[in-house]
Design a protein around this ligand. Structure first.
Ligand code: NDP
Length: 320
């Protein structure tokens, strides 16, 4: 496994990491989640991503139980969580990044994870109802209190991230070190264009999500919806609709022979393609079973095969 610096910070993250969205609590109980984490860890993964809102807090409890049983040295792994949507319905308990919510949310997450601190806390979405200054101060205070080591944003615009960085600089506060954006063959704009200046100007790293566009880029949906797949889970019909978009399915069909020529699976090629971007600090993978983890971790071996000619073939299918 290669490790990359998380932006300009000194934190070394494995270039492939493992997250718990959809899977923990919906598809994986603690035992299976632990098996997946162990498989990822065996491959060298040191970063495990989570969020308060995933399975309404259960995802954090499952990961916490698994970590306790796995018994790894706390200094050897990185855990993140994210805040915005909240777990309750009150005006200061959901869809906010105000100080009151954030300061309480971190304590709830630490209790569910059974940890003294999380390595990275993300502001899961921007909150136009709270001054950025208030959010930056609250994130700084979490770090000062020893509950969080680094903080980042997720799906903020480049302008919002720049504003947070400048605010932190002005007040000598801890600045965000990373953004967590979606990045895959079908979703490139933000990471490749909108954020272009943030990498140099503010040293922002990226922990990118959905490298397989929820499984679509494994090629498994070409003949319909497998019953044991994400698109078949009740309550995720909105996601199934995105996965089963005919134009995307047609492009997947054209990507399959490229992966075949490289001697790898389409999932491996799609993950390797994300890794080929030097502005990606880590690609957060997801899996509903250990065998997928094992397959996906081998994506690292495919990166050297992505020559300019192969990249041009891929661009010809998905557009650049
Ligand atoms: P992917 O796009 O890689 O989708 C993962 C899913 O695809 C798996 O759960 C599995 O679903 C299927 N899959 C994975 N590998 C294979 C394979 N080799 N062959 C066939 N199917 C496969 O990533 P996620 O969407 O899960 O995102 C990864 C992580 O990113 C999340 O866990 C979370 O930590 C983070 N994230 C962050 C967000 C944010 O807003 N900050 C938003 C979303 C995710 P199945 O078997 O059920 O079909």
């Amino acid at each position: 496994m290669n490790y990359r610096r998380l932006g300009r910070s000194g934190l070394q993250v494995s270039e492939l990491s493992f997250g718990s969205w959809v899977t923990y609590g919906n598809q994986l109980d603690e035992g299976l989640a632990r098996e997946c984490m162990a498989a990822a860890h065996d491959a060298g993964v040191n970063f495990f991503d989570n969020a308060e809102v995933y399975a309404k807090g259960r995802s954090e409890s499952i990961m916490g139980d698994a970590l306790r049983k796995l018994g790894w040295r706390r200094s050897s792994y990185i855990v993140s969580t994210k805040f915005f949507w909240g777990l309750y319905d009150g005006p200061n308990e959901k869809n906010t990044l105000n100080r009151k919510y954030l300061m309480q949310a971190i304590d709830g997450s630490l209790a569910r994870l059974g940890l003294d601190y999380v390595d990275i806390a993300f502001c899961h979405r921007p909150d136009p109802e709270t001054p950025v200054e208030e959010t930056v101060w609250a994130m700084h205070d979490m770090i000062a209190a020893g509950k969080v080591l680094y903080w980042g944003t997720s799906e903020w615009s480049a302008a919002e991230i720049a504003m947070a960085c400048e605010m932190a600089e002005r007040h000598h506060l801890h600045a965000p070190v990373t953004e967590q954006p979606q990045y895959n063959l079908f979703h490139r704009e933000r990471v490749e264009r909108e954020y272009a200046r943030l990498y140099e100007d503010f040293g922002i790293g990226t922990t990118t999500w959905s490298p397989l566009a929820s499984g679509l880029l494994s090629g498994k949906y070409r003949d319909g919806v497998p019953p044991d797949s994400r698109a078949a889970i009740s309550g995720f019909e909105w996601l199934a609709e995105r996965i089963l978009e005919p134009t995307k399915l047609a492009k997947v069909q054209l990507l399959v022979p490229i992966a075949h020529d490289l001697g790898c699976t389409l999932a491996q090629m799609s993950i390797a393609w994300c890794l080929a971007n030097p502005h990606v600090s880590t690609v957060i993978t997801g899996a509903s079973r250990p065998s997928q983890v094992v397959e996906n971790m081998k994506a690292q071996d495919v990166v050297p095969k992505l020559t300019p000619e192969v990249m041009a073939r891929i661009d010809a299918v998905v557009g650049s």
